[in-house]
Structure formats: C-alpha cells, structure tokens
Design a binder for this molecule. Structure first.
Ligand code: KG4
Ligand code: ZN
Length: 330
C-alpha cells in the first residue's frame, strides 16, 4: 500500500508518499515563512493563495522523487484540521479530487495526530502505550496514547501554546516571526540572571498556561537595558521557564499513569534545551524518550501520509464530501 499525504493547514505545503514496505519514499516541503515574515505572523489569505500555487507541483515532484506514477498510489490522506480554513480547503480539495480521479480512497487526518505519530517514522519507534507531549505553535497537550486512534487528553494549555509563547516573546526581543528557533539561538549566549515563573506547577493537574510568561518577558525587557547580553539573558530565562514547566508536567503525567515512554512532537520539540531536559528526566525515571528527526518536528507531509496510511490500512474510509474543521478536538 502506498499513500500520498498532503499537509496545508498553516504556512507549509507538505507532500509525501509513504510505502508500506519501504517507508517514506518521497518528501517535499515548501515553507511560506518568508512570505509572512513582513507581517509578523501568518496572513491566512496569502497562505491559501500560496498553497494553491504550490500543492500540485509538489505532488508532481513527490511522484518523480519516488519514481512512481499516479496509478501506483493506493490512497490520498490530507490534513482536515485543525488549522486555517482556506488553507485546509486547498489541500482537501486537491486531495479529494485526485482520489476521485484515480479511483482510490481519500481520508482526512487530524493535524495533531500526524505530529503525534511522527516519531514512529524513526528507526527505533516507540511501542504503545506512551505519553505524548505535543508542543506546536497552536497546541500544547499531554496525551495518553494507547494505540492508533486511542487518545486520551490528560492536559492542555488554557491560553497560549508553548510555540506561541516562544513566538510572542521572540517578537518582543526584536526577532523575526516565527521566532522560536531564533530565540533558542539567542538563549545560547544567555546566563543565569533573571528568574521567570513556572506557571501552574504549584497546583495539581496537567494543564498549562503560557501567556503570563510573555507578560513577564515584556516587563523584564521594559525594566532593563536593551543590550545584546540582556536580551540573551532574558531569552535564556524564558526558555528555561518553558522547558522546566513542560518537564514538571511530563514527570507528573508519567507518574500518574505509570508509563515509562515519552514521545515529544510538534515544532517546539525541535528545541535542544527541551530535548536535553527530557532526556535527563527519562534517565532519572528509568524510561525512554522518543522524538521525530528535526525536519519532522515542524509541519510536513510525511506525518500526514503516515497517519493516513495507518487509518486506511485499517479500512477506514470517508465519502466524497469535503469537510474541513478549523477547530477539532483529537
Ligand atoms: O508544529 P509547527 O511547525 O506548526 C504548528 O502546527 O503550529 O510548530 C511551529 C512552532 C512555532 O511556534 C515555532 O516558533 C516553534 O514551533 N519552534 C520552536 C523551535 N523550532 C520551532 N520553538 C522553540 N525552539 C525551537 N528550536
Ligand atoms: Zn503543526
């Protein structure tokens, strides 16, 4: 079975082909980041227009990369939500139309399920059950994963997502959107000087709140000189607070469920400080941590092709109606 996967939920056009025997045989990505940089965030209308331009050529490139023809594809998976409605409609319309023309099934995939299963594309995939920490620009969630489609939400952010907090704080520090990776780089030159709070760690539960950290950063910036070292020290303290908070909640989730495997996924899982922190935590807990390789931490078509493959393999089908869900609980 070979599945074509199409991701267009936000500002990356991702197209990939997953082959049951050979694994990933094509992976094409076009990032719109430069297009939106001048606006300090994703402009939905521009995103849709760019997906329209890029999706079909990327599908052609993916088929070429894998040395396949359209008739070699057994199904088409696409991101049906959550995400920007116009952007989702582009991918879903192209996916469904191709599937109809090729007489193969099509299936809408939940974007976060794609992120959550991405570590299973690696050589040493985790066994079920595991705890997944999903940290992206739109979500921060702790999920107990008992199998494909068996997800139990344990906790989530009540306001900003971790990636959103990174991006907003980065903006305050004068870094370009999306500033998560740039803030992490700036933090490398930072030293212990400021102490940021660890929100919601002093009470029980697995929910998160990150909007206060951005405010704390704004106040710290306002009350200190605006030199390079101070900016690095603020980036360092902010990142340390986010990482520490995520670690505290992961430890809690693992202890609460008795599970020993932790998966991290989503854009923020590319963060080196977070990876180091969680590796250390899992060593202490005698467990194991799994993450996707960096290119599959952020949005990509491979995770959608793979999640779609697992579901289509299990016989899941949908009719021809195109349905997207900008908001969608997993
Ligand atoms: O999963 P993703 O590509 O898109 C969403 O579904 O949101 O995640 C993007 C988020 C952005 O907020 C970006 O700043 C953040 O991931 N990010 C990082 C790093 N790389 C990407 N945050 C912190 N450190 C990084 N190295
Ligand atoms: Zn994402």
């Amino acid at each position: 079975m070979r599945i074509l996967g199409i991701e267009t939920s936000c500002d990356e056009t991702g197209v990939a082909i997953y082959d049951e025997q050979q694994g990933l045989v094509a992976n094409q990505l076009y990032s719109q980041i430069a297009l939106h940089a001048d606006y300090g965030g994703v402009v939905p209308e521009l995103a849709s227009r760019d997906h329209i331009r890029k999706t079909a050529p990327l599908i052609q490139a993916a088929l070429q990369e894998a040395g396949l023809r359209p008739e070699d594809i057994d199904g088409v998976a696409y991101t049906a939500g959550p995400g920007l409605i116009g952007a989702l409609l582009v991918g879903s319309t192209i996916a469904r139309s191709l599937a109809y023309a090729w007489s193969v099934p099509a299936l809408g995939v939940h974007h976060m399920e794609g992120h959550l299963l991405a570590p299973m594309l690696e050589d040493n995939p985790p066994d079920f059950p595991f705890i997944a920490l999903l940290v992206s620009g739109g979500h921060t969630q702790l999920v107990q994963v008992d199998g494909v489609g068996q997800y139990q939400l344990l906790g989530e952010s009540i306001d900003d997502a971790a990636g959103e907090a990174f991006d907003k704080t980065a903006k305050l520090l004068g870094l370009d959107y999306p500033g998560g990776a740039a803030l992490a780089k700036l933090a490398q030159n930072g030293k212990v000087r400021f102490k940021f709070p660890r929100p919601m760690t002093d009470r029980p539960g697995l929910d998160f709140s990150f909007s206060g950290l951005k405010t704390f950063a704004a106040n710290t910036i306002a009350n200190n000189p605006n030199d390079e070292q101070t900016r690095a020290d603020i980036a360092f303290a902010f990142q340390e607070a986010v990482v520490d908070t995520l670690m505290i909640k992961c430890r809690r989730a693992l202890q609460q469920t008795g599970l020993k495997r932790l998966v991290i996924a989503g854009g923020v899982s590319a963060n080196t400080a977070l990876r180091h922190g969680l590796a250390e935590l899992m060593q202490q807990l005698n467990g194991e941590v799994f993450y996707p390789e960096p290119q599959f931490c952020t949005d990509n078509g491979a995770m959608i092709a793979y999640a779609g493959f697992l579901r289509l393999k299990h016989g899941q089908r949908q009719d021809l109606a195109i349905e997207v869900r900008p908001r969608w609980n997993m």
